[in-house]
Each structure stands twice: as C-alpha cells, then as structure tokens.
Design a protein around this ligand. Structure first.
Ligand code: C2E
Ligand code: MG
Ligand code: MG
Ligand code: MG
Length: 290
C-alpha cells in the first residue's frame, strides 16, 4: 500500500505544480492583454500632514480588474510583470493616468503631490524619468508635484540607483525610500542614496499600541531619518493610538485606513478638497513642505 500511496502523492504534487504554473502562465497572458486594452487604472491613497490634518497629496496605486469583475492584487501581478518584462509598460500607463487624472487638482493646489511607485527596472533603466518628463510637458504639472517611491529591491545596482535618483532630484522630483526597514541593508542605502523622504513600513506601524508594544526599532528609524533631514511618512496607519504615537515622535506625514483607503480619482479629489476646507486654516501657521 505504501508505494502506490507515495506514487499517488507524487503525482498529485506534480499535478499541483503544473496547475500552478499554468495559472501563472495564463495570468501572464491575461495581464499582457489587459495592458494592451488599458484595463489597468489607479486608485489614490491620501497622504496626511499629521500636524494639520491636511491632505498633502496621494500615492498612486495600480489596480487590475479582470473582465469577469475579479480584482488581482498588485503585490501579485507587479512581480509577475517584472518577471515577464511587462513592468515598463505598466509604469508608462501609471504615469499617463496620473497626468490625466490629476492635472486639474495639481494646478489648483500647487503644494499637493502625487507619489508614483517605481520598480527595480524603472530605476536601473532610467526610462521612467524620461516618460515622466515627456508626459508632464504641457500638462501644467510642476516637477516637484511628482514624487517617486522606490524600495530596496530597486537598489540592487546601487551606482545606477544613485545616478537615476540624483537625476530625478535635479529634475525637481522628490524621492522616497519605500517600505523602509524590512530589507537587509537599509542603513547603507540611507547613507549612499540621494533621498528626500522615508516611508516606514507598515509592519513597524502595526506594532505600535498593541500588547506586544512598539517595536524598539521604530523610534530609531524616525530619529535617524530626522538626523538625515528626511521627511518621514508612516504607512498603514490604522488606529488613533498609532497616530498619537507618530505625532509624539514628530513624524510629519501618515497614510492609512485611519484617514482613508485608496480611492478612485473623483473620490480622492473630493476628499482632498474637503480636508483643505476643514484643516486649511491650521496650515497657515505651518511651513510649506517642499
Ligand atoms: P506600497 O507601495 O508599500 O503601497 C502601500 C500598500 O499598503 C498599498 O497596497 C495600500 O493599499 C496598502 N495600505 C495602505 N494603508 C493601509 C492600511 O492602513 N492597512 C492596510 N492593511 N493596508 C494599507 P496595494 O495597493 O495593494 O499595493 C501593494 C504594493 O504593490 C505596493 O506597496 C507597491 O509595492 C505595489 N504597487 C502598487 N501600485 C504600483 C505601481 O503603480 N507600480 C509599481 N511598480 N508597484 C506598485
Ligand atoms: Mg509605495
Ligand atoms: Mg510602501
Ligand atoms: Mg508597504
């Protein structure tokens, strides 16, 4: 009985592997078609200035809804796109959509910005920067209104990353290191790269105000960013307790479900205007962020 059972399990295992790789392959094909048909679109998650409560902009987050109505999460299809050489096409679509969706709002509020996520290849090729400047031309959007986010994954070739990020800053953009704290050699990157902002990974924010207490590392990350003159953005803020802690640590910006989920264009614009009316006065006392 033992042998046939083993064989059966091996066969089932092989079947599963084949099924999974078929699924990946077919998802790849679907994604290629979705890009061609421009079925990807953006949601915008507000970024809040913690001192004033005002909305200083948003992070553009790509969305893919298949024709059958199901959503595919970006942390699934972005890596797939990277593997399959489709990421540049996605980044192009993202840039094009940001300009089309946001030019009005960005003209109306010159201190607002939109952050775009860059993949490793976008950084090593430097192509995204050219696409941004081409798309921005004539749009009325100012370069300082486009921020770029890059994770450590994008810094594997540190010399190229430095060159590209320096060029981005010369062009007037601000550069943020994304998901900070979860990689291997974060500290090295902090020293070597031309950066404007640091986004603390959600995992450090999750730990605040829970029974397991704040991660002992969190205040050091915040302190280090301050020493280096970087803006700090906390991502994944979900509770008042987290907000109170971040405020006490003088973290400038926050993003998370406590303020808002990522929103479709029109809802984000309405959110932004409402916040402006509600909290605009508080800002008169504050210095403008870059
Ligand atoms: P990310 O750049 O770190 O984006 C933040 C993610 O955290 C978003 O997930 C956002 O919806 C989620 N988030 C924000 N606040 C909260 C919160 O309070 N609670 C919880 N549970 N989640 C929160 P999303 O949109 O699923 O994107 C996942 C990742 O996919 C992004 O992480 C980014 O790495 C990648 N991604 C998204 N859009 C793009 C894009 O246009 N280009 C590239 N290259 N990558 C993208
Ligand atoms: Mg990001
Ligand atoms: Mg992030
Ligand atoms: Mg993250």
């Amino acid at each position: 009985l033992f042998v046939p059972l083993g064989l059966l399990m091996a066969a089932a295992g092989a079947g599963l592997v084949i099924w999974l790789s078929r699924r990946r392959l077919s998802m790849r094909g679907e994604l290629r078609i979705a890009i061609r048909r421009r079925e990807l679109y953006l949601h915008y998650q507000p970024i809040i200035e913690l001192d004033t409560g005002i909305c200083v902009g948003a992070e553009a987050l790509v969305r893919w809804q298949r024709p059958d109505g199901t959503q595919v999460r970006p942390d699934l299809f972005i890596p797939l796109a990277e593997e399959a050489g489709m990421i540049a096409a996605i980044t192009d679509l993202v840039i094009e959509n940001v300009v089309a969706d946001m030019r009005e709002l960005l003209a109306e509020d010159r201190s607002a910005h939109i952050a775009i996520n860059l993949a490793a290849e976008d950084i090593s090729s430097g192509r995204a920067l050219k696409v941004i400047s081409q798309r921005m031309a004539g749009s009325g959007i100012l370069p300082q209104q486009i921020w770029l986010e890059a994770t450590e994954h994008g810094f594997l070739d540190i010399d190229r990353a430095r060159t590209m990020l320096a060029a981005a800053r010369r062009a007037g953009h601000s550069v943020a290191i994304d998901d900070f704290g979860v990689g291997y050699s974060s500290l090295q990157y902090l020293q070597q790269l031309p950066l404007d902002a640091l986004k603390i990974d959600k995992s450090f924010i999750d730990a605040i105000g829970t029974e397991s207490a704040t991660s002992p590392v969190t205040p050091h990350i915040i302190g280090m960013a301050r020493e280096l003159g970087l803006w700090v953005v906390a991502e994944g803020v979900e509770t008042e307790a987290q907000l109170a802690y971040l405020h006490s640590q003088h973290v400038q910006f926050g993003q998370g479900w406590l303020f808002s989920r990522p929103l479709p264009r029109d809802e984000f614009i309405a959110f932004h205007r409402k916040r402006q009316q509600q909290y605009g006065a508080a800002r008169e006392h504050m210095q403008n962020p870059r």
